[in-house]
Design a protein around this ligand. Sequence first.
Ligand code: UD1
Length: 417
Amino acid sequence: MAKIKIIGPAILQGTISINGAKNAALPCMAASLLTDSPVILHNIPEVKDVETLSTLLRCNGADISFKEKETCQLHFKEIRSPEAPYELVKTMRASILILGPLLARNGYAKVSLPGGCAIGARPVEQHLKGLEKLGAEIILEHGYIIARAKHLMGSEFTFDKVTVTGTENIMMTACLARGETILNNCAREPEIENLAHLLIKMGAIIEGIGTDCLFIKGNTSLHGATHTIIPDRIETGTYAIAGIVSKGNITITNCNPEHLHILLQKLKQAGANISITQDTLLVSYQDELLPVDIETNPYPNFPTDLQAQFMALMTQANGTSLIKENIFENRFMHIGELRRMGADIQVNGSIAMVKGKTPLSDAHVMATDLRASACLVIAALVAKGETIIDRVYHLERGYTNLVSKLAALGASIEKIT
Ligand code: UD1
């Protein structure tokens, strides 16, 4: 199995370009199920999750071609199979995103229940309740969600819990439901806005974009469209943190700093120098790093997908910081590995107390999920010596060419088998 070897410490310097957001690309790819005309998406990241969803959509009948690098055309002339098998769903929970569009287009969908994962139970009952509110009949059988609807009807639905893919699923479905839908307590992540803009290009009527209340006027059909995926804010944040922890000086291009408002505020509080132009971020740091507390919450608050990376940074701050994880119940798996590298972190329920500044040392560590892997890469950039990170496939699910990008910034990093 592939591993990553990093020899630290490193000082990152230079320019790095950000790829399209995985979490925006996946729902936009799923939206192509809503029309029998081609949907063309630019700025698709080269990550494993995109490959996995392509495999699934091809099983459903999509003709998918990657025309040039990062441009993907998806064409669902007809639905050949309305199923998402367990074998694919278990490798990528975001497969649940096809449930609503498949049902709306085909009147029937059978999608494996995702089950729990390393960071928490992650139920999908909000997706199901929302679909039922639009008139779907849902049964759970042998680990599968079976959804049927002769005619989906617009309705008003309030999410009990703020959910990103839940909001995306119901918003896509409502685009092909008869009449008007009002969705309350929606997630407001930029990836949802990006999806809404694609749906509008496809002929949908959606108001309230960027707020927690969406109004959707259903249509009998949608048409093809061409759309660009937004830059990955989590990739941007990960490299910004890596640059700072290494006491480097990096320029991050093709990003959208507006989507990282809270992170940048916290990095400034920690003592980093940050300067922003429209799509470029300059990050550097020389002096003492200060401890900063964070608490994860839905957008526009601090993203849970950057919590682990920020914790790695705080191990190098001069003092104690508190990190509270409010989204997922088990998203502290990286702490055990950080401790093995020398970090001093105590956990009390959903709060981690990080006592810096501790020298980190090289170790053989295990990645447990996508963002935990990025946290270990950041820690390894600081650690003196040769760190080996196992289970690299987690990283490859969501980061385009991480090894070559960090190497170009001067890190001593390589993929080994
Ligand atoms: C998305 C992102 C993921 C990110 C997460 C939170 C994608 C493909 N993935 O995941 O990277 O970490 O948002 O920002 O965009 N919940 C329920 N019932 C539901 C749905 C969710 O209880 O029906 C809970 C979850 O267990 C979790 C919280 O709500 O505690 C937020 O989850 P959700 O926003 O749905 O995460 P995802 O959409 O799966």
